[in-house]
Design a protein around this ligand. Structure first.
Ligand SMILES: C[S@@+](CC[C@H](N)C(=O)[O-])C[C@H]1O[C@@H](n2cnc3c(N)ncnc32)[C@H](O)[C@@H]1O
Length: 273
């Protein structure tokens, strides 16, 4: 964990290089971003006008999936690559259904960690660890994890829009498997991951933005639907399976002129048998 968030210095926040958490915060309408992040995002919007819809649709998927886990009685959440807390945080989403829910947030970006700490200061049953989520032993053995999560009871593992910042395919597979191994039967895996769109034009636009992410503090990698689906091996996939975020149990009206592949992010929820 970082110390006093007020001590977060320019040394820790690189104001010359855009970062995934701050760019995402800007895209979903948050206020915790800097000029460099907004410039990057505005250029990305020019190249791929639906990037904002994709980010917001991902966040909305997370909210629906957390509520689903809570409605199945899960009261423990491990949010890996949690981001900057803009709008509703996972503990707020879960506590609407299960008021006694505990949440451990994990992120490796100083700004995301500092802002989460500020938000969580007065909140019991929730906290943040500054860590690389692939450092599974560090996260799982961390005193905050041990104090807030009881691994003899089901845990919802949240890995939304974070694994694509890890370029090593094997490392991603091993990381997911290690977390799934650490939780008992009745636990859930909530995962979303970017993929190239169905139409050639969308795929080209996304590829263009993925190229741009090389200038971020972490570059993003799109993976095929089959590769993403394999991360759920051994788990019971919930309906409707691995689909574009806006097709995962949509609520209310959908924007008619927004084709689903414009979301470009696949999502699913699965239960550990
Ligand atoms: C696009 S945001 C997604 C935030 C949130 N999970 C959501 O779906 O709304 C991606 C987040 O993953 C974090 N992240 C990327 N790679 C990570 C890693 N190796 N370890 C921990 N966090 C990571 C970034 O810092 C960023 O905050």
């Amino acid at each position: 964990m970082v110390g006093d968030p007020a001590e977060l210095t320019a040394r820790q926040i690189d104001l010359k290089q855009a970062s995934p958490s701050r760019v995402y915060d800007y895209l979903i309408g948050g206020a915790c971003n800097f000029a460099v992040d907004r410039e990057w995002a505005n250029e990305a919007i020019k190249r791929m006008p639906w990037i904002r819809a994709a980010a917001r649709s991902n966040r909305a998927f997370l909210r629906r999936a957390v509520r689903l886990c809570a409605s199945h009685g899960v009261t423990q959440f491990l949010d890996l690559g949690s981001g900057i807390p803009s709008g509703q945080s996972v503990h707020e989403m879960a506590r609407k259904i299960e008021p006694a829910s505990n949440v451990v947030y994990v992120d490796n970006e100083a700004v995301a960690v500092a802002h989460s700490q500020l938000t969580l200061d007065a909140v019991s049953g929730a906290g943040i660890i500054e860590a690389d989520l692939t450092d599974t032993d560090f996260v799982l053995r961390h005193p905050l994890t041990r104090s807030l999560l009881d691994f003899s009871r089901p845990v919802a593992l949240l890995m939304t829009a974070s694994l694509y910042y890890i370029p090593d395919h094997d490392l991603v597979r091993r990381t997911v498997a290690r977390y799934v191994d650490a939780v008992p039967s009745g636990s859930y895996l909530v995962l979303s991951h970017t993929t190239l769109g169905k139409s050639q034009r969308d795929a080209l636009e996304l590829a263009n933005v993925l190229e741009m992410t090389k200038s971020l503090t972490s570059a993003a990698t799109a993976r095929t639907p089959a590769w993403i689906a394999a991360l759920f091996t051994g788990l019971e996939m919930l309906d409707p399976g691995l689909v574009y975020t806006s097709y995962w149990r949509p609520e209310g009206l959908r924007v008619l002129n927004q084709a689903p592949w414009h979301d470009s992010v696949l999502a699913a929820v699965a239960r550990k048998p």
